[in-house]
Each structure stands twice: as structure tokens, then as C-alpha cells.
Design a protein around this ligand. Structure first.
Ligand code: FSX
Ligand code: SF4
Ligand code: SF4
Length: 292
């Protein structure tokens, strides 16, 4: 039988609410057990070496295991970077472990681990674009992972998987596609570094309330029938496949359960989509703004 190929993964957590791993751990198909214990694809196994949210170990031992993975698999491990990277005061507001008795800023960890990785997945809107952690007034001067890499001249291939949190399929699908077909080609990725297969369409294009929008039947409060645009829905500005994919194992999604799309996959979330419960400015798409 062919030998299983192991892909070591280091999952680094910067300034984050930890919603991203909670979302991924709730993956329905494949399950997180399939990902971590079984072969995610025939002959390919993801070997998660470090993720503070789920690992049993702690302290110096796990930091050493992480550093050893980086050394032993230089150029061959995948770095999952979650959360934004605080840079104020030399990054002292977010750190991981110690070196020579001093805290190691997450900015230094991300730069070191990012330089030697095969590929980096910036998971969640905070990692991909700064997100909530970098929202105004951004007291810790948090930056996204791609911004940190640009400032340090790190050119490791990076794929953004935004969402606050991201859908588990967007993460699992990205990992599986990298293992199956290698790094995405430029035509597979949009201008914001996201795979078009997940982020290629507007929420508004596929929303089940779209007919209401076209008929100008707008909800006046969240429990009303009708399109939620006047209440602040950011579906016309937001790219993701939530209306088709659905969340929680196909149970429902934001608009489907009477909430609205708050634009969580967008670069600039949350500042650019705020105030959340306020009608978005007219954006000049066909039919958008016609209700005035
Ligand atoms: Fe950010 Fe993810 Fe939102 Fe939270 O890790 S994308 S705040 S869901 O947890 O980083
Ligand atoms: Fe759906 Fe929002 Fe578009 Fe209305 S504005 S059709 S609720 S995505
Ligand atoms: Fe995020 Fe909008 Fe999808 Fe909800 S519908 S998960 S807010 S992109």
C-alpha cells in the first residue's frame, strides 16, 4: 500500500476571539476527526502539531514542539494564521511563549513561521484583512497577516479564508484543494486573495429574499417578511456562498433565519460595513438603490 503523505500544520493564534477554530471544529462533512485522524484525501494526512485551543499540552514543551516542527519540516509545513497581528510597542500586546526570558511577540512568531512555511492560510477576517481586532481606533495597531508579511518582505504563498467566523467548508475545502492540486492559480483567486470557488458570488445574487428586493418589498423590522436591505443588510456588498452552502450542516444561514448579512467576509469589515443596522450606501449595482 502506498505510504500516507504527512502534512505538518502549525496553527498560530494572534489577536482573535477564537471563533475561527470553534467554527472549524464544528465541521460536519468532513468532520474534524476526519481531518485530524483520518486521511482528508486518499494518501494525505494533516498532522496538526500546534493549536492552543484544542491541544492537551501547555507551556515550554508545546512551544518547543512547535519550534521543532518548523526546523524539521522547513519549507514543508502549512501555517494556519488566525487573528490579526498587534504591532504597537514592538508587538508586546500579543505574545506566544518566551525566548531567553523575554516574551516573543506574535508578530515575530508569524514572521518566523511564515518565512519557512510551504504555504500560509490566513484564516478568518482578522488574519486576512485585520477585521475586528484592527477596527477603529485600533489601539494595538493590529495588521493583517498579509500586511505583516509585506512589511517584512515575506513572499510565502498565502491564501485568505475570510469570514467572522469562516464557514468550516471554506477552510476544509481550501486545505483539500491545496493538497489535491497544489497552490491555487492566479485565476482561481480574486483580488482580495480568496478562492473564487467559495467567494466568487455576491450574497445578494443568490439570496432567497431577492424577489422581495426586486419588488421593492422591504422589511421594516427584522421579523417582517421582505428584503432586509433597508435595515442594513450588506448582502449586496459581500462575496460568499452562504445562501447556497448554508451553515451548521445545512440548517440555515444569516438571512434565512431572519437576521441579515453583516458583510463578515469583506475586507474592511467591520468598519466599512458599520453601522451594522443602518442601510448601506447605494452601491451602483443593477437594481440597487432603486428603492429611493
Ligand atoms: Fe476574527 Fe477568528 Fe472573527 Fe473571531 O479567529 S475573524 S474575531 S470569528 O475568531 O479572528
Ligand atoms: Fe437578501 Fe440582503 Fe439582498 Fe435583501 S439586500 S435580497 S436580504 S442579500
Ligand atoms: Fe458572513 Fe454574510 Fe455569510 Fe452571514 S451571510 S456568514 S454575515 S458573509
Amino acid at each position: 500500500m502506498a505510504k500516507t503523505q504527512e502534512y505538518p500544520v502549525i496553527w498560530l493564534q494572534g489577536a482573535t476571539c477564537t471563533g475561527c477554530p470553534v467554527s472549524v471544529l464544528n465541521s460536519v462533512s468532513p468532520t474534524i476527526k476526519n481531518l485530524l485522524i483520518d486521511e482528508i484525501l486518499p494518501g494525505k494526512h494533516v498532522s496538526l502539531k500546534f493549536l492552543a485551543t484544542v491541544m492537551a499540552g501547555s507551556g515550554e514543551q508545546v512551544i518547543t514542539a512547535m519550534e521543532d516542527t518548523c526546523k524539521q519540516h522547513k519549507g514543508g509545513y502549512i501555517l494556519v494564521a488566525e487573528g490579526a497581528i498587534p504591532t504597537r510597542s514592538n508587538g508586546r500586546y500579543c505574545s506566544l511563549g518566551e525566548r531567553n526570558g523575554a516574551l516573543v511577540p506574535i508578530a515575530d512568531r508569524a514572521a518566523e513561521l511564515g518565512s519557512d512555511a510551504l504555504a500560509v492560510i490566513a484564516l478568518g477576517t482578522c488574519a486576512a484583512y485585520g477585521g475586528i481586532a484592527a477596527a477603529a481606533p485600533n489601539a494595538s495597531q493590529a495588521v493583517s497577516v498579509p500586511e505583516l508579511f509585506r512589511s517584512k518582505g515575506i513572499n510565502t504563498p498565502l491564501i485568505n479564508v475570510p469570514g467572522c467566523p469562516p464557514h468550516p467548508d471554506w477552510f476544509m475545502g481550501t486545505v483539500a484543494s491545496v493538497l489535491l492540486m497544489g497552490l491555487p492559480k492566479s485565476e482561481d483567486v480574486d483580488e482580495f486573495g480568496r478562492l473564487k470557488s467559495f467567494y466568487g458570488s455576491l450574497i445578494h445574487e443568490n439570496c432567497q429574499r431577492r424577489a422581495y428586493y426586486d419588488e421593492k418589498k422591504f422589511a421594516k423590522k427584522l421579523s417582517d417578511e421582505g428584503c432586509l436591505y433597508e435595515l442594513g443588510c450588506k448582502g449586496p456588498l459581500t462575496h460568499a456562498d452562504c445562501p447556497n452552502r448554508l451553515w451548521n450542516g445545512g440548517a440555515n444561514w444569516c438571512v434565512g433565519c431572519g437576521g441579515m448579512c453583516i458583510g463578515c467576509t469583506s475586507p474592511g469589515f467591520p468598519d466599512l460595513v458599520s453601522p451594522i443596522y443602518q442601510k448601506a450606501p447605494d452601491v451602483g449595482l443593477p437594481n440597487i438603490g432603486a428603492s429611493k
